[in-house]
Design a protein around this ligand. Sequence first.
Ligand SMILES: CC(=O)N[C@H]1[C@@H](OP(=O)(O)OP(=O)(O)OC[C@H]2O[C@@H](n3ccc(=O)[nH]c3=O)[C@H](O)[C@@H]2O)O[C@H](CO)[C@@H](O)[C@@H]1O
Length: 504
Amino acid sequence: MASERDVHARLQRAGQEHLLRFCAELAPGPRAALLAELGALEPEALREHCRRAAEACAHPPGPPPDLAARLRPLPPECVGSASRCDPETRRLWEEEGFRQIALNKVAVLLLAGGQGTRLGVTYPKGMYQVGLPSQKTLYQLQAERIRRVEQLAGQRYGTRCTVPWYIMTSEFTLGPTAKFFKEHDFFHLAPSNVIMFEQRMLPAVTFDGRAILEQKDKVAMAPDGNGGLYCALSDHQILEDMERRGVEFVHVYCVDNILVRLADPVFIGFCVLRGADCGAKVVEKAYPEEPVGVVCQVDGVPQVVEYSEISPETAQLRGPDGSLLYSLGNICNHFFTRDFLQVVSSEFEPLLKPHVAVKKVPYVDEEGNPVKPIKPNGIKMEKFVFDVFQFAKSFVALEVSREEEFSPLKNAASAARDNPDTTRRALLMQHYRWALQAGAHFLDACGARLPELPSLPGSREPPAICEISPLVSYSGEGLEVYLQGREFQSPLILDENQARALRP
Ligand SMILES: CC(=O)N[C@H]1[C@@H](OP(=O)(O)OP(=O)(O)OC[C@H]2O[C@@H](n3ccc(=O)[nH]c3=O)[C@H](O)[C@@H]2O)O[C@H](CO)[C@@H](O)[C@@H]1O
């Protein structure tokens, strides 16, 4: 372990020796922990990080003044639509996706290092359950979709295949996530195919560039953003692991979209057939202020302009047909070839510019008293996963149906949108639609048929409760055999057992 003198010398090089100001009064345990934490910080990188944070803070907040002039919508030839294309084209994309999955060339990678502050839980978001009849958590739904997509690809090609699941965690989420997976027996996936790794942490910094002490023995650290992925891939030799397994294509996604289609064959096939090295799934933005990034071009290269960085005037611009000019909403579902990730991690990562978030960061004052600030006092610097789009040789975007593929859990129940209720309803509404399409009819408690209302506003509960296990259907396929022409009392929980019982 580094001595206090060593650590002091390193911090001095970074201009951050104030971090040791309570060190002498600490008991041996906390003292050792603090020295270990500080000893791990690389002085030049720390100096640069603090300098950049202070510099960023000196700029006026909001989007750069010239951004609007540099923006353009993506050229139409880069954009496909899964919801509007003809069925044969979609079938070809899906077929290609399944083929790549069956060849063991596809992996999924979950970004799960975030802190879920808006949702207001202290545990990782993936462990949240939104109140489905089955009480499944987001992690369980995702695990089961992986199992089902493997099964579907295997059936088509007569093989047994694997979609490895890489999970990027952070200091906050690794421990509880690993424990949760063990307790749930990895949701019946082989543990060797679930690979967890940790992203780096960075100190939060005051507006004048001083790293913040959260407690006398602890620096205020935060994960380095979901764009920390690229350093984390190198730190943990993840790309080498992918290479050993023969993975060529990676579907990267964020944890909170209850409708996420892992390793979606349509998306994978679309990107592969277009020869893309990088791609994004998008939905049409619902309204100008919707908190989703916009996929577009900046200075002629593909980029996402984050919702926190676009001006309201630009977000509201409309094209000749009256629709939003910047309408391609990022749903944090990305496609990358392994080769592209390799080049990004080894060459381009240092060019990614951190984004600045001004936050209330708890700290200890000069006397060592803990303070919970009431107004923002610090800066967290984060890299964004999509900032690598600019380096793509061939970038594509695939537009998909929002009601089928996007309902994120961002906020606590008290918020109007993207909360546990809206996500639960989105999933149940989808399953109700699938059941109607497959020919099911629902009855009320007296045995009378309920009205069939396949499309309802997001605020309404579906007329009947129907939850279909991802192990039975991945995207609505194959349900006729259980449901066609049959009547069911609500709630219908179509899990594997029920499916076996219903099979003619
Ligand atoms: C930067 C980014 O991608 N922004 C997208 C994100 O916004 P949004 O602001 O909602 O992003 P979140 O903070 O929820 O993070 C997205 C994902 O990244 C993970 N995470 C976050 C921080 C971190 O250090 N490590 C980490 O792994 C989170 O666990 C989550 O799975 O999702 C929206 C759709 O729902 C998109 O419209 C936004 O463009």
